[in-house]
Ligand binder design. Structure first.
Ligand SMILES: [Zn+2]
Length: 85
């Protein structure tokens, strides 16, 4: 992975999710985080469909956070993780 990860203590939001391809196999991953005091989120995507990496920053107005692969347009929705009971 080529993303530079922040210190977790410096982030207001941090998540890593696996991404599945059309056969329901985990082939990709998304890392999304926001550094404290910043408005924009940094993202890294390893696309499960085309296998390419996307990286950048984005400001989200509302949840769930929607992103897409910058190469093939594969859409990713980062839902809020529900707490386990
Ligand atoms: Zn893609």
């Amino acid at each position: 992975m080529s993303i530079k990860l922040p210190n977790i203590e410096d982030t207001a939001y941090f998540t890593v999710r696996n991404l599945k391809d059309n056969d329901d196999k985990v082939k990709g991953k998304i890392v999304l985080y926001r550094v404290k005091g910043k408005e924009e989120y940094e993202f890294y995507i390893l696309c499960p469909i085309c296998g390419k990496e996307s990286q950048g920053s984005k400001i989200f107005k509302r949840r769930p956070f929607r992103l897409e692969c910058l190469h093939c347009g594969y859409k990713i929705v980062v839902e809020k993780i529900k707490p386990k009971k």
